[in-house]
Design a protein around this ligand. Structure first.
Ligand code: PHE
Length: 340
């Protein structure tokens, strides 16, 4: 039996030396380790006829041989795999200096950039961001903002109505009301959002545009806080050199109300086409919250006061980037968008 084993070892070694491919290795594996007719398998079956005195040693030798065959075959296969890979690499070499295919990267829309910048300036002042619905009731869009029934702003020619009391919000101011209904002062919030007006599109009008509403309510807020905040914001957004001017205006929900102007960035105030030779450009409306609005939301106007503002995002983007037609922002012309 030992002789048989030794003979088998020798044949195996010489056959292994002749096996030069994976197929040959597989055949060899089958010849020796096959479950029914493998040479080692058969030898193991003969084991029963071996006298008991030899069994222990022989069993050990058989198992060792089998393990060795398994290992040696695996090693041989690994070597072949490595060789094939080496060969492939040396024949199909890759030119790693060839330029790759660059995928065009997307980036934020200019209106998103401006909105983010407005948000980050107010964040730095402790304001948080609120949200509200674009489909509003006349109550939130007008009434609670102290815009009476017969006010021209409610006109059907200016507003998209769904029904008598349902509409597309014409400004982000209804979010002031919703916020004050849910939370008690102190409040410092901004609300960026889309608004809708029945305007015909032209260089400065779009029926869909964006605003960032702002509202601060606390005890002892003064007109100076209002002015200071607005100036800080405008100087941060445009430049430290920017001059800010407050002109009296009217909004139902603020009293006093102001229209804010900044010194023209294109001529530094000396007069040009952009500022229509005035040196000033109107930027947005704002004012001290009218006590009538506090009454609508159940905040005590004797104890609290505040200010509010409504920034037009497109207008800011036009001024910041020197864009002279608002419609550029909506036409998705890549030649335009790629500049930001
Ligand atoms: N909601 C006003 C508008 O759309 C802007 C505004 C907001 C004015 C807040 C005063 C206070 O024109």
């Amino acid at each position: 039996m030992f002789d048989k084993l030794n003979a088998l070892k020798e044949t195996f070694n010489s056959e292994l030396a002749k096996s030069k491919s994976k197929v040959q290795l597989t055949i060899l594996k089958d010849q020796y380790l096959g479950r029914k007719k493998g040479k080692i398998t058969l030898l193991m079956k003969d084991f029963k006829s071996v006298p008991a005195s030899e069994r222990k040693e022989l069993g050990k030798a058989l198992n060792q041989f089998k393990a060795e065959v398994v290992r040696v075959l695996q090693d041989a296969e690994d070597v072949l795999t490595d060789q094939t890979l080496e060969q492939q690499l040396s024949t199909n070499s890759i030119d790693i200096t060839l330029p790759g295919n660059r995928r065009p990267l997307g980036h934020p829309h200019p209106l998103a950039l401006v909105r983010q910048e407005i948000e980050s300036i107010f964040h730095s002042l402790g304001y948080s961001v609120e949200d509200g619905p674009e489909i509003e009731t006349t109550y939130y869009n007008f009434e609670a903002l102290n815009i009476p029934e017969d006010h021209p702003a409610r006109d059907e020619g200016d507003t998209f109505y769904f029904s008598n009391n349902l509409l597309l919000r014409t400004h982000t101011s209804p979010v002031q009301i919703r916020t004050m209904e849910r939370s008690q002062p102190p409040l410092r919030i901004i609300c960026p959002g889309t608004v809708y007006r029945r305007d015909n599109p032209d260089a400065t009008h779009s029926p869909v545009f964006q605003q960032v509403e702002g509202l601060a309510v606390d005890e002892k807020i003064t007109f100076r806080d209002f002015k200071g905040t607005m100036e800080f914001f405008l100087k941060s957004f445009f430049s430290e050199k920017t001059l800010v001017r407050f002109r009296p205006s009217y909004f139902g929900f603020t009293e006093p109300s102001a229209e804010l102007d900044i010194s023209c960035r294109f001529c530094s105030g000396s007069g040009c086409r952009v500022c229509k030779m005035t040196g000033w450009v109107e930027v947005f409306g704002a004012g001290m919250v009218d006590p009538a609005v506090f009454n609508f939301v159940g905040i005590d106007p004797e104890k609290y006061n505040g200010f509010a503002f409504g920034i037009g995002v497109e207008r800011f983007a036009m001024m910041k980037y020197g864009v002279d037609n608002i419609l550029n922002f909506y036409q998705n012309d890549l030649r335009f968008l790629r500049q930001f």
